[in-house]
Write a protein that binds this ligand. Sequence first.
Ligand code: NAD
Ligand code: ZN
Length: 251
Amino acid sequence: MKESDIVKAARLISQSKRICAFTGAGISAESGIPPFRGEGGLWNKYDPVILEIGYFITHPAESWEAVRTIFYDFFHQVKPNPAHDVLARWEASGILSAVITQNIDSLHTQAGSKKVYEFHGNSDRLVCIDCHKNFKSNTISLETLPPLCPVCYGILKPDFVFFGEGIPPAAYQHSTHVASDCDLMMIIGTSGEVAPANHIPHIAKRSGALIIEINREPSQYTGTITDLYLEGKAGELLPLIDELINSNYYT
Ligand code: NAD
Ligand code: ZN
């Protein structure tokens, strides 16, 4: 990547009026949460079937064993990194209108972002697959798996979207609206392989938005809809762009 590409990104951001970010597991990698794909990805270690809804229904204990290790044992210790922080600051200063995220780790909200559309829900709540009541996950013991509903003793499932489940309607509607209304979308740390989330950047592109992408390696978007590709770590590149914007050094 040329240094001038970072300057170009800063200039495009400064010239745009309605910017949104579309983020994936890669933005949280520097917080210590492994992504699914790419270097150190979870699919090198686990079979993706553990996150399929059909498998969860028939093998709740096995699915929960992996889910607890991946998403619950250490999520309370992780913190937002400089990439989350920059996006939160950009929203506060009026540069960014919203974040659409595929992540379930709540790190954008923890960093201070207010308009966050969680396409796949988040891990903060568990839902009973029988009576559909939901509970804050930190109020339910995960020592014995699967955890059971305190009301009806049905099986509790993390209230995030498993493979084969529908997208929460409100998140879907807000995300498609924001994508069709933006003039610049920043795609950050996503492989673009999970549908239907991966259609969101195409909505922005079709509506005429410019696409800037940050990733450690090329994705489904690189060389297809991406206008400016910045290769590197989100937690390093976003602060660099932010510095240029703050110092007006991009003209
Ligand atoms: P993915 O695992 O398919 O891809 C991660 C992408 O991030 C890769 O393209 C990789 O090259 C890139 N990447 C890795 N480190 C990076 C860094 N430091 N800076 C910039 N880019 C980096 O992730 P996905 O596209 O989000 O899709 C997978 C699904 O995984 C999502 O739906 C999400 O719900 C789920 N998931 C979420 C978390 C989380 O909440 N933190 C973690 C793992 C998986
Ligand atoms: Zn119940």
